[in-house]
Ligand binder design. Structure first.
Ligand code: SAH
Length: 245
């Protein structure tokens, strides 16, 4: 059954407007009487029948509300160094399927891509859309939040103070991700800071350790590409705490 993000929720009905309405009408060509599923990022999911299709909105009658157990118990945020091309899109799409809660695009020192001003805002909008589509595809009821492009100094204020920060670093030879996860609390938010293609400068890792209390961890003996590292690390955290597999 097709899934839609609800624009406005009423007691026994909801409305779809904008892109969601257009997609339902023009691409999927659904009609009154067809059943769909709506979600509103509250954790609930609404089975509904299309009642009325108008120029600017679709009205749906709610038949049943449920709270499916699909969201991960551990909230994972990926702070990812800006990379060229479509890598960020890939991380957002696959990370959403896996169950992450948010992505912070990070201006790391060796980031190859520069993103500023309106260009950055437009890109974030596009990334948010990708997250929304992937959330539907994987039957999630909460789409991950894509944060505005951030500098290192923004990081501490973007996430709650009790966030547990991790910085996977290929030069880390003693601490391993799995070991750190044993002593972290799965019920507190977790943020993974992944370097850009060229990796982190040592000073960035020390900054994260000092100002975020981040644990620098190894993901294993092989050097992974940034996007692989991001998804592998998220997968390990989710699997470690029973949210995957
Ligand atoms: N500095 C490297 C590779 C960077 S890999 C170079 O250019 O040769 C991109 C990012 O993935 C790194 O900044 C790190 O966050 C993560 N990463 C990749 N392999 C890793 C590993 N084995 N352990 C920990 N982090 C890793």
């Amino acid at each position: 059954m097709h899934r839609f993000k609800i624009t406005e929720l009423g007691k026994n009905a909801f409305w779809l407007r904008g892109d969601e309405r257009d997609h339902l009408v023009r691409v999927l060509r659904l009609a009154p009487g067809d059943d769909i599923v709506g979600f509103d990022n509250s954790g609930a999911e609404y089975y509904a029948t299309i009642l009325k299709i108008e120029d600017k909105s679709v009205t749906c009658r709610i038949l049943e509300t449920s709270h499916p157990d699909v969201e991960a118990n551990t909230k994972i945020y990926l702070a990812v160094g800006l990379s060229k091309g479509e890598k960020m899109e890939w991380v957002i799409q696959k990370g959403t399927e896996l169950g992450i809660s948010g992505v912070i695009p990070l201006r790391a020192k060796r980031a190859v891509m520069r993103l500023e001003g309106t260009k950055a805002l437009e890109r974030v909008k596009r990334w948010q859309k990708i997250a929304g589509e992937a959330a539907k595809q994987s039957h999630r009821v909460q789409e991950p939040q894509i944060f505005e492009v951030a500098d290192w100094s923004d990081l501490p204020k973007l996430l709650p103070a009790n966030t547990q920060w991790l910085i996977p670093y290929e030069e880390e030879k003693t601490e391993r991700l799995q070991t750190v996860l044993d002593r972290f609390d799965p019920l507190l938010p977790m943020a993974l800071i992944i370097g850009p293609e060229g990796g982190f400068e040592a000073a960035e890792v020390s900054w994260a350790q000092e100002y975020l209390g981040a644990a620098s961890v190894s993901l294993g003996p092989r050097i992974l590409r940034a996007e692989t590292a991001a998804l592998a690390a998220a997968t390990m955290v989710l699997a470690h705490y029973g949210d995957l597999g």
